[in-house]
Design a protein around this ligand. Structure first.
Ligand SMILES: CC(C)(COP(=O)(O)OP(=O)(O)OC[C@H]1O[C@@H](n2cnc3c(N)ncnc32)[C@H](O)[C@@H]1OP(=O)(O)O)[C@@H](O)C(=O)NCCC(=O)NCCS
Length: 147
């Protein structure tokens, strides 16, 4: 199976975001203020017309690395039954290419601790103290990838 990463509209990925990232969480919607950023790019991988993997990317300073030109990724989600098949890594590749194009020196995310191994496998480094994310009430760390 060849999977292709494409840039899509927010509406095309919202159902997947909610299904994967708002499972059993106190907050049930998955809209981010950054979705309104004019430079936000929503990546998706589709299978038979349905989004099966997604992540969103936009320029935003990292609180752990002030003053550095940075791109943040958010809303990283792969459909439950397809996790572990390399789709997340494809999205990161696409996002890092975009970050390079846009002149970012780093890419970063607020990573769930349960996903830290994924980010570390792809060259991100956990930085700073852990924190509990508001909408999910899950433990998180900021992870940073130098470009
Ligand atoms: C985290 C997530 C996005 C990763 O995507 P994925 O498609 O499952 O990951 P991939 O198959 O591309 O994995 C790439 C590498 O990371 C590793 N990896 C993936 N998820 C991992 C995890 N949770 N912990 C440790 N390692 C992980 C894989 O084993 C693989 O390593 P390898 O190259 O040595 O085989 C996906 O599992 C997911 O949507 N999880 C639920 C929601 C979530 O936690 N999102 C992140 C919020 S910050």
């Amino acid at each position: 199976m060849t999977y292709i990463v494409t840039s899509v509209a927010l509406a095309d990925i919202m159902q997947l975001r909610v299904a994967v990232l708002r499972k059993g969480t106190p907050v049930t919607d998955c809209n981010y203020p950054e979705d309104a950023y004019p430079d936000a790019v929503h990546f998706a991988i589709f299978h038979e017309g349905t989004a099966i993997a997604t992540s969103s990317w936009f320029m935003k300073e990292c609180p752990e690395k002030p003053g550095i030109t940075a791109m943040q990724l958010k809303g990283m989600a792969v459909a439950d039954e397809l996790q572990g098949a390399g789709l997340g890594a494809l999205l990161i590749d696409a996002g890092l290419a975009l970050a390079n194009e846009r002149g970012a020196a780093i890419a970063w995310a607020r990573a769930r601790d349960s996903a830290l191994g994924f980010y570390e496998r792809l060259g991100f480094v956990s930085t700073g103290d852990g924190f509990i994310d508001g909408p999910t009430e899950m433990p998180h760390h900021i992870v940073v990838r130098t470009l």
